[in-house]
Design a protein around this ligand. Sequence first.
Ligand SMILES: N[C@@H](CCC(=O)N[C@@H](CS)C(=O)NCC(=O)O)C(=O)O
Length: 233
Amino acid sequence: MIDLYTWATPNGWKASSTLEELGLEYNVHPIDITTGVQKEAEYTAINPNGRIPAIIDRDNDDFAVFESGAIQIYLAEKTGKLLPTDDKGRSRVIQWLMFQMGGLGPMQGQANVFFRYFSETIPAAIERYQNETRRLYGVLDGHLQNNEYLAGDYSIADIANWAWARIHNWAGVEIDEFPAMQRWLNQLEARPALQRGAAVPHATNYNSKGESNDEAVKGVSSIVTGPAGKQEQ
Ligand SMILES: N[C@@H](CCC(=O)N[C@@H](CS)C(=O)NCC(=O)O)C(=O)O
């Protein structure tokens, strides 16, 4: 059994969706990151970075894993699925996973912050991060024009990039100019396992065009549970 510590964000969906695709059993421990519980010692003992997601593998000496990409690799290797074992195939998947970890996630994350949340409106910062996010979407689109998936067969790299690209509206970046990326997003969005994963720990309306989901997030704060399954309801 896997314990999953998560919240309704792209990095959280990467972990829950990978667990769903791999058919692994897991317990969800919602970590409401709007409360700061992720910075408390009980949680940083699991994830020293004080962020979601994290997992504990109860079937492997309570082994804890943090960083969403590392969680995906760990789970894929545990099951022998969604990550090839031949050196070139494996490298291709890792390359596109790192593209998300080092590029799309951080850049789109900053675009989200400066477009939606930052205390000041700084047009130059919004423009910089939205432009970089758009450029990265262009890279995805270019590759997907000639490839069904990012790295050979469907893999953890697709899940990682999908989890971010699906909420492009949240960063204020439209994707009308990226038809291949849209085709790929629609294809992935239709996968039942990804739909289940994106509803963990609760459904959101991040994907609704331009609508705020603040209410959706705040409305579930009463279901917060603490690390290691300690109920704090
Ligand atoms: N590189 C980390 C990033 C994790 C991350 O930034 N998580 C965000 C939610 S998407 C978080 O926990 N934010 C709360 C905070 O920063 O305190 C990963 O991929 O797991």
